[in-house]
Design a protein around this ligand. Structure first.
Ligand code: SF4
Length: 84
C-alpha cells in the first residue's frame, strides 16, 4: 500500500514489479509514496517513459504543440513545385 501524492489516499501498488521514479517525475500528480520511496501509479518503469522525450502522462510538464505549422501534403507540394 502506498499514499497517492495528489489525493493523499491509500493506493495498492505492487512495488516488487515497479521501479522508483526518476528526477524528471518530481512534481507529477501520479506519484505514490511507499516506505519513503516514490513510485509511479501509472507506469512500472518511469525511466523508460522519459527516454524519447516527455512522459505522456506527466501532469507537471507543459506540452507545446505545433499550432502555427500547417500540414502539407507531400504529393501536392511536389506537384506544385513541378508546375513552377
Ligand atoms: S506519469 Fe510519467 S512523469 Fe508522472 S510519475 Fe509516472 S512516469 Fe513519472
Amino acid at each position: 500500500m502506498g499514499v497517492h501524492a495528489t489525493t493523499g489516499k491509500e493506493i495498492s501498488i505492487d512495488v516488487s514489479i515497479r521501479k522508483p521514479v526518476v528526477d524528471s517525475c518530481k512534481g507529477c500528480a501520479n506519484l505514490v509514496e511507499v516506505d519513503g520511496t516514490s513510485y509511479c501509479a501509472v507506469y512500472q518503469d518511469p525511466k523508460l517513459r522519459w527516454v524519447f522525450g516527455t512522459c505522456p502522462m506527466a501532469t507537471h510538464v507543459e506540452r507545446k504543440w505545433d499550432e502555427g505549422k500547417k500540414k502539407i501534403n507531400p504529393l501536392k507540394a511536389s506537384k506544385r513545385a513541378a508546375r513552377g
